[in-house]
Design a protein around this ligand. Structure first.
Ligand code: PMP
Length: 404
């Protein structure tokens, strides 16, 4: 199957708009991706035709909506090689990591160690910091090289008898580095640790099979995967979820409630207190269907070509510092420009219709590791084109001239 970017773009109404009188060049998909019509229509269709609260109903609309919600769970489970009962719907990747950290934390003791890496997003740092503050857990940081590659020897050395949890991202949202998640999982398991993977960026660009990786938990967000906001997934191995205490209390997550006692539902419902993100789950299911119709490795190659084209276009730019040069990295270009603040760079690029993100990218320890306070970031998605890559290079070159 050849990758037809124009056909893909036709599915995204928003990509036809103009910004500041210029065609939109959307290079901020690592923060949140645009949505294909299939997602927009699936959510509208449900609201127009078949909507009610799920699970507790005995009427037709409640049953139809429950089928759609649980059907989405099944689709997403198949997409990552898991069982539906191993998939917990959350409001996002952040909530998924908080859920698992809080649950694992319940059985950690002072002095137990959690190993993370220097390239983590705050979503995979702060929940572990909570355990440091609240449980006396020791947080260890696996270092990265100047290229932005995880130092595997150091990672191995940091694993020890007190390591209880190892948590790392599949792909860095700043550097684009793709980590060898199956190898890291095997190393952590050999030390007896539970493995939590932050797949928020990784799942967007790679096919994921959680059973092959063999991780214990895998978290991701819907909105970066061409689905809606307000939905995320925590995959957990059945036996791991069964051993995890509930995160929030409320309706749907209980077995029985009396005035003196509570019992809990089995996973995944134990972790889905209250009315879940029903429409969002349906939207994510539609995004997965849409993605599954594409040749995903051709899409990833397309993104790599765009990245390579931009790097070539900027080859002579001695005013540019790129953060992250890991071999095989994904199509994310984080950079600083001599003499210009990243925020100013992003604002000037916007005048040319080019949308990039600037700031710390919720990765302050990583920013400090590279000795910068902020960077600008252009992130490429499967709907970007070579013409957009060239438009970005041209707009960035003009932006630099502004500061020179
Ligand atoms: N981890 C990584 C690597 C991310 O890029 C992000 C989103 N920027 C998150 C976690 C958090 O995802 P969300 O904001 O959707 O909860």
């Amino acid at each position: 199957m050849a990758f037809d970017v124009e056909a893909v773009r036709a599915d995204f109404p928003i990509l036809r708009r103009q910004v500041n009188g210029k065609p939109l060049v959307y290079l901020d998909s690592a923060a949140s991706a645009q949505k294909p019509k299939a997602v927009i229509e699936a959510m509208s269709w449900a609201m127009e035709n078949s909507y009610a609260n799920v699970h507790r109903g005995l009427h037709t609309l409640a049953n139809e909506t429950t089928d759609a919600y649980e059907g989405a769970r099944g689709k997403i489970a198949r997409f990552i090689g898991a069982e539906p009962a191993e998939m917990v719907f959350t409001k996002g990747g952040t909530e998924a990591i908080n859920l698992v950290a809080a649950g694992l934390g319940a059985s950690l003791a002072p002095g137990d160690e959690v190993l993370i890496t220097e390239m983590e997003h705050h979503a995979n740092i702060v929940p572990w910091h909570f355990l440091r503050e609240r449980k006396g857990v020791v947080l260890k940081w696996a270092p990265i090289t100047d290229e932005g590659v995880l130092d595997l020897e150091a990672f191995q050395r940091l694993l020890g008898p007190r390591t209880k949890v190892v948590a790392f991202s599949q792909m860095s949202n700043v550097l684009g580095t793709i980590n060898p998640v199956a190898d890291l999982t095997a190393m952590a398991h050999a030390a007896g640790a539970v493995v939590v993977i932050d797949g928020c960026q990784g799942i967007v660009h790679k096919s994921v099979d959680v059973k092959t990786i063999d991780c214990d938990f895998y978290a991701f967000s819907g909105h970066k995967l061409y689905g809606p906001t307000g939905i995320g997934v925590l995959y957990g191995k059945a036996e791991r979820l069964a051993a995890l205490p509930p995160y929030q209390g409320g309706g749907e997550m209980i077995g029985t409630v009396t005035m003196d006692e509570i019992t809990f539902a089995d996973p995944p419902h134990r972790f889905e207190a209250g009315t879940p993100p029903i429409l969002e789950a349906i939207g994510l299911g539609a995004a997965i269907d849409w993605l599954s119709d594409l040749d995903r490795s051709a899409a990833a190659e397309h993104e790599h070509r765009l990245y390579a084209r931009v790097r070539e276009g900027l080859a002579g730019a001695n005013w540019l510092r790129v953060l992250g040069e890991a071999p095989g990295k994904g199509a994310i270009l984080s950079f600083t420009m001599d003499g210009a603040h990243a925020h100013d760079v992003a604002q000037i690029l916007d005048r040319y219709g080019v949308a990039v993100r600037a700031g710390t990218h919720c990765a302050e320890p990583l920013m400090r590791r590279f000795g910068v306070t902020s960077s600008a970031r252009a992130s490429f998605a499967l709907y970007n084109t070579e013409a957009e890559a060239d438009a970005f290079v041209e707009a960035l070159t003009r932006t630099q001239a502004f500061f020179a």
